[in-house]
Design a protein around this ligand. Structure first.
Ligand SMILES: NC(=O)c1ccc[n+]([C@@H]2O[C@H](COP(=O)([O-])OP(=O)(O)OC[C@H]3O[C@@H](n4cnc5c(N)ncnc54)[C@H](O)[C@@H]3O)[C@@H](O)[C@H]2O)c1
Length: 324
């Protein structure tokens, strides 16, 4: 395929990450956009010089110029659109969270496999320099064998522009699926791990979110390490970091820097470059018929851990994620 035609479904905030990245890359072009809000779709079409504008994603999927889609929609829509796209023979890059349940995740994987199309999830943190470097160092044994991972994301979250974020039936759990899809994925990706037992607790603090906004997830991973993810939307002091503790040393990873032993490794965040790397990986996998980084299959591990955390919060017991 010389030129890959992209259809962007959803023209809200995150379209501002995908569309500029597609524009920058050779051999890939956004040929159609879609949003139920016609003004939003027309706005993005003008901004990025896109010829076709739709308000119904089914019409976009019927457009023969579209080879692949970016699914940039509220969480509860990811499954249906990704499955229909695969059935229409289109390759799929869906934003995180892949879906809002493991059942939906499996439907998406099955549809992509049946159609022989690429299914990738927008786990953008896997394309950030500090995380890439940290993973390389961990794999090279810089801290020995990983035994414990402590990850936390704390901040004060004010109003959010989109109403669906405050509807649990659409967001699927604003913190657990909206943010946790990044954070749990990083825990598993940095350590090449997979969740075994998961115990999670959650509280509603600020009524604004109509949902849990204080969450702690404890996991034991296959082959031994333990991991904890803590999240609050209600702290006046921010923190976003990951301490990976090994048998030889420990490593602190934040957005632009890694610290371990006597080393400080600078890996500054370059957000546009990360977006380009992500869509570039999608294009590479399409061209080479290869499994991409953050393939649907691979991200299933994250979705299983999130499913287990959701069940644990609901039932107040530890869940065996490896059986899901
Ligand atoms: N990777 C990241 O760091 C990151 C950051 C923000 C958001 N996201 C993800 O991106 C996705 C979209 O989030 P957002 O912030 O762009 O949300 P948003 O609310 O800004 O945009 C969503 C768009 O989808 C449109 N839409 C809703 N229903 C539709 C339908 N049936 N058909 C067509 N269009 C429809 C809305 O009109 C809106 O324009 C979510 O999965 C979110 O978690 C990822």
């Amino acid at each position: 395929m010389d030129q890959i035609g992209i259809g962007a479904i959803g023209c809200g905030g995150i379209a501002g990450g995908h569309l500029p990245a597609y524009r920058e890359l050779e051999g890939i072009e956004t040929v159609a956009v879609c949003d139920i809000d016609e003004q939003a779709a027309r706005g993005r079409a003008e901004e990025f010089d896109v010829p076709a504008v739709y308000s119904d994603w089914r019409e976009l999927l019927a457009d023969e110029r579209v080879d692949a889609v970016s699914v940039l929609l509220p969480h509860h829509l990811h499954r249906d659109v990704a499955v229909a796209a695969a059935e229409a023979g289109k390759h799929v890059l869906t934003e995180k969270p892949m879906a809002t349940s493991l059942g939906e995740t499996d439907d998406m994987i099955a549809a992509a496999e049946a159609a022989g199309v690429v299914l990738m999830v927008g786990q953008i943190l896997r394309f950030r320099p500090a995380n890439i470097k940290a993973r390389e160092l961990i794999r090279d044994g810089a801290i020995g064998e990983v035994r414990n991972i402590l990850r936390r994301r704390l901040g004060k979250s004010g109003e959010f522009r989109s109403k669906w974020a405050r509807k649990p039936e659409e967001a699927g759990g604003w913190v657990l699926y909206g943010f946790g899809a990044h954070e749990v994925d990083m825990i598993l990706w940095l350590s090449d791990g997979e969740a075994e037992t998961v115990y999670a607790q959650a509280r509603v603090n600020n009524q604004y979110w109509n949902d849990y906004d204080e969450i702690t997830v404890q996991m034991s991973l296959v082959d031994g390490p333990i991991a904890t993810y803590q999240h609050s939307l209600n702290t006046p002091f921010g923190a976003w970091e990951c301490m990976v503790i090994g048998t030889e040393d420990a490593m602190l990873v934040d957005s632009g820097q890694i610290r371990f032993a006597d080393y400080v490794v600078e890996a500054p965040l370059d957000s546009p470059a990360s977006w380009r790397a992500q869509v570039g990986e999608f294009a590479r996998a399409i061209r080479e018929g290869d499994e991409p980084e953050a393939s649907g299959w691979n991200v299933r591990k994250t979705m299983a851990a999130l499913e287990a955390a959701k069940l644990s919060i609901r039932d107040g017991v530890a869940i065996d994620a490896s059986a899901l």
